[in-house]
Design a protein around this ligand. Structure first.
Ligand code: ZN
Length: 197
């Protein structure tokens, strides 16, 4: 569990990244942290990429259907225009943002904001996803969360695509992906086995 550092002792803001595969509870953890920040009297604003409208156009929604209001933006730099007035900035699904997001979160931290970013660390091919590796490099705090492997029950680190579509960005949920551990992920790629019913 992530325990927040105190706000008072630090001169500038900082960056937290929550990353892991699909269904690992990243958005759930973002919602938990931002709720706690509000209890502490902080003003929170959450942004998400406009292209991610799987569950809702205006909210961030976890796979468990927990939700919070969010501002959909097309370009990462737009976040800077809206961020004034908030102490805590959430950025959900950061892997879908352009590379400017790396500079944007650092500018926000310099301005004294606590920035909480979530994102998929790897795409469905197991490769580092978009700006996430760079965000991990510049963050003060990193939390890797895991899902449960649909095949063997181990901790899952990979997002296995069960649909036939190709391309790095195919939006979907349980209809298109399942979490798998490293072994089952790789076995799936070799044998193309289907999950247990
Ligand atoms: Zn497994």
């Amino acid at each position: 569990m992530f325990l927040e550092p105190g706000f008072g002792a630090q001169r500038a803001g900082w960056i937290e990244v929550i990353c892991g595969p699909m269904f690992s509870g990243k958005t759930e953890e973002l919602i938990r942290r931002t709720k706690r920040a509000e209890i502490a009297g902080q003003k929170v604003l959450i942004f998400k990429p406009a292209k991610d409208i799987r569950y809702d156009e205006q909210k961030v929604v976890s796979h468990d259907k927990n939700s919070r209001a969010s501002v959909p933006v097309v370009k990462a730099k737009t976040i800077l225009e809206y961020a004034n007035g908030a102490n805590v900035i959430g950025v959900d699904e950061a892997q879908f943002f352009d590379d400017d997001i790396i500079e944007v979160v650092q500018m926000l931290a310099i301005r004294g904001k606590r920035v909480i970013v979530t994102g998929l660390d790897m795409d469905y091919l197991g490769n580092p996803f978009g700006p996430i590796p760079a965000l991990l490099a510049v963050a003060e705090y990193i939390t890797k969360v895991h899902a449960i492997c649909q095949h063997c029950g181990s901790l899952a680190t990979h997002s296995y695509r069960i649909s036939e579509e190709e391309g790095e960005v195919v939006l979907g949920a349980k209809d298109k992906y399942e979490p798998r551990c490293r072994i089952c992920y790789n076995m799936g790629n070799i044998l193309n086995f289907t999950p247990r019913e």
